[in-house]
Structure formats: C-alpha cells, structure tokens
Design a protein around this ligand. Structure first.
Ligand code: SF4
Ligand code: SF4
Length: 66
C-alpha cells in the first residue's frame, strides 16, 4: 500500500520530505511526489503516515488507489 500527493494541491513547501522514514518523497518538476514502490504508509515506523500528519493542506496526500 502507498499514498500519493495530489499535485494540484501540493504547495511544494517541502515539510513532508525529510520526515519520510523510507525516503519515498522527492521534489519533481515543482511539486513533491511519493514513490509508490517504496512508500510503506509508515507501517512499522509510525502509527500514522508522517507525511499526512505534517502536510498543512487537507486531502493533499491520499491513498494511491483512490
Ligand atoms: S506514508 Fe510514510 S512512507 Fe509513505 S510517503 Fe508518507 S511518510 Fe513516507
Ligand atoms: S507537506 Fe504537503 S504541500 Fe508540502 S510538499 Fe509535502 S505534500 Fe506538498
């Protein structure tokens, strides 16, 4: 399972990037993206996805399948 960043909502503030335990978040073409191959939804590291917890924008980071 993985999450994704909604590009239209991401302000590229960068707050999420250094907090990802799997270094799955990278800047790309002016926004941030999550590598679905390595995102674990923080399972085993944190109770809740750290990027969702840190992102100041509501619904900017959502399940990949949604
Ligand atoms: S859910 Fe966790 S592992 Fe996935 S991108 Fe966010 S911080 Fe990284
Ligand atoms: S914290 Fe949210 S708005 Fe900021 S770079 Fe990450 S996804 Fe984009």
């Amino acid at each position: 399972m993985a999450l994704k960043i909604v590009a239209d909502l991401c302000t590229a503030c960068g707050d999420c990037e250094p907090e990802c335990p799997t270094t799955s978040i990278k800047a790309k073409k002016g926004v941030y993206v999550i590598d679905a191959e390595s995102c674990t939804e923080c399972e085993g590291d944190f109770d809740k996805p750290q990027c969702v917890k840190l992102c100041p924008i509501d619904d900017c980071i959502i399940p990949l399948a949604a």
